[in-house]
Design a protein around this ligand. Sequence first.
Ligand code: NAD
Ligand code: UDP
Length: 335
Amino acid sequence: MKVLVCGGAGYIGSHTCVTLLEHGHDVVIFDNFSNSSQVVVDRIGELSGASVRFVRGDVRDQDALETLLADGVDAVIHFAALKDVSGSCQQPLVYFENNIVGTIALLHAMQSAGVKNLVFSSSATVYGEPEAVPITESAPLRATNPYGLTKLVMEQVIGELCKTDPEFSAILLRYFNPAGAHPSGHIGEDPNGAPSNLLPYVAQVAVGLRDRLDIFGNDYPTRDGTGVRDYIHVMDLADAHVKALQKLGQGGCVTLNLGAGRGHSVLEVVSAFECASGRRVPYQFVARRHGDVAEAWADPSRAEKILGWHAQYNLRRMCEDAWRWQSGHPNGYRS
Ligand code: NAD
Ligand code: UDP
């Protein structure tokens, strides 16, 4: 298939592009580099051994997208979004504009060009504070911050489009906690400034960039008092996108959880990372982080049923791959 990958130079997009190219798909990456760079595109080419077409642009630029889509594109994978929860609380309008307006521009362009197949990056954040675990796709939805609201709105916008155009086919993928890196260690997560997510923070402590990890709360009703999440290897996510592409073309909107179906506590992550890296990860307990929930992990059985997909890699492997990337590139793509 010829696939337009919006946001394909980002963390999850870059791993997905390598996997798509390895499966023989023709990939066009469209990215404005607001959170990535040309180095990533070059590495995607090197790792896959395939030629990658890159176009620098913004998803809010409907005309640019229409031109690209008219060139025989079969499907779009839409990763392009701003994703920092605290950034979204400080600048909600910037997030609404980039994520929601960008998605609407993309959908308009797809309609004009007659491209009717879409895989969309959603997030477990749409579940807000879950009433029960494991979380199924039919659990109640609630936005607890502006970023989460953009995901909820975009899911609904895409859902409505599928209702009005029975030929439009969308798969909404709700990622749980993406982690790890490509096994080569050449691409990985490259946070801008201090990481807000656990795994990249732990990796930066292990490599010596930060003194210690602050663990947000040790008084949750969990097995060791720290928060429990469903970590999913970025290569498993990449594989799910390739499988999702094969399921498009039947019309309708399908929503799928992408998680391992198992939760790990913060202390379990620290211990797994120490094992994988052979380094100590000093930590201290601090107050709970506002908005955090005790436990969130997926019921991924619908993804297994519909895509024939399940997670292949465990937490240890996520830590090993994240460490290979972090230790080889202490300053991310700048090193
Ligand atoms: P990322 O920031 O690494 O990648 C996003 C890419 O999109 C970047 O390369 C950025 O430059 C690009 N981009 C952003 N706005 C753009 C615009 N207006 N036009 C063109 N390009 C634009 O993020 P990621 O971790 O790879 O996340 C990919 C998607 O998955 C996002 O939609 C994110 O909300 C979602 N998601 C991520 C996580 C996570 O923890 N990483 C969890 C759940 C969902
Ligand atoms: N966490 C932590 N210290 C950090 C970052 C995260 O203790 O510096 C905890 C957080 O409270 C949660 C888990 O690690 O229990 C995963 O947090 P992350 O931000 O990675 O994902 P999310 O909260 O979005 O699920």
